[in-house]
Design a protein around this ligand. Sequence first.
Ligand code: GLY
Length: 387
Amino acid sequence: MERTAWRCPDADGFRWAEETLKRTEHKFAQVSVRSAGKIPYTARDGVHDDWSDDKHIYWWTNGFWGGIMWQLYALTGESKEQYRKNAEWTEERLDHCLMDPGAMDHDSGFRWLPTAVADYRLTGNRRSRDRGILAATNLAGRFNHAGRFIRAWNDWDQTDHRGWAIIDCMMNLPLLYWASEETGDPRFRQTAELHADTAMKSFVRGDGSVNHIVEFDIEHGGMVRSYGGQGYGEGSSWTRGQAWGLYGFTLSCLHTENAAYLDTAERIANYFIANIPENGLIPVDFRQPEDVEWEDATAAAIAACGLIELAKLRAGRQGRVYLDAALKMLRALEERSCNWNPEEDPLLEKCTAAYHDEKHEFPIIYGDYFFLEALLKLTGNETLFIW
Ligand code: GLY
């Protein structure tokens, strides 16, 4: 499906997004200089940490810094060479991971779409294209034919993960769609569609909520059980997982025009919208105990991106419902969860990696990435489509 120019049809929402995008770019113009030579995941005392060394380069979030840099480079033009330099440096550091097959997991989309593939799309760099194809080939190689799913993780913590798939993988599928478009070979797309079909059946529940982890029988196929994963518990509703599903199925629809993916994305979206609290701030799990108030700003930013895409696809009242929900969450983030001090590195500060972790509500780089992406969509400035 061709992605066409679009901007927020709500005049007030558009003005707000333009103003907020200006503030975001103003901040990153300074952060990009201070954090050159780093690949940040979080920040301490307002200063980005660095995951670029050989030990930490495998971390699944290491593509988002490059993605922020390429998006800002596309927005500001060649005047901001710092953005391009940081992005290229990140892409090269990621080769350490790409050349270590034992360390590769299913998050190739998260790592190489915002880096190598973005570089190729913007500059035509052939070496970046090669990186993207190599990453896609590795991702497709994780497909289990009996269960028709892409294996998520390798074995760690002495746990056998051969049968495990996770909802997050819906966001990695666009790497496979891109690889088929780029090579003309349908196998990548076919693999993505088979996984998406399985996810529709096994992850999405009757009420539109989704499981985080599903285990399949690796020899005969079929669902064995689900796990609570990074959410509150089995059968709960981890909000970032809902957001990955919402945006991920929307993207599968955009790449394939399969109406079943759109229907699934809308079922998840309607469930998500029905659970947005009055203040617009998203909890870590929609089913967490009532006296727990931990927020996950990343879930809000990711879901907003998916809802904006749905608003583009649906004219009329339904589209307006999606857009209003996205604006409500984004405005709440801007007012309550962002650090607008340009002297400090992180932007979104109320992010949570997992419900049962010791730490909650801290800066996480992909929160910043998706907040920026949402603003680019609303202002009609998303010329670089990462996913
Ligand atoms: N993909 C892992 C997470 O969302 O935390």
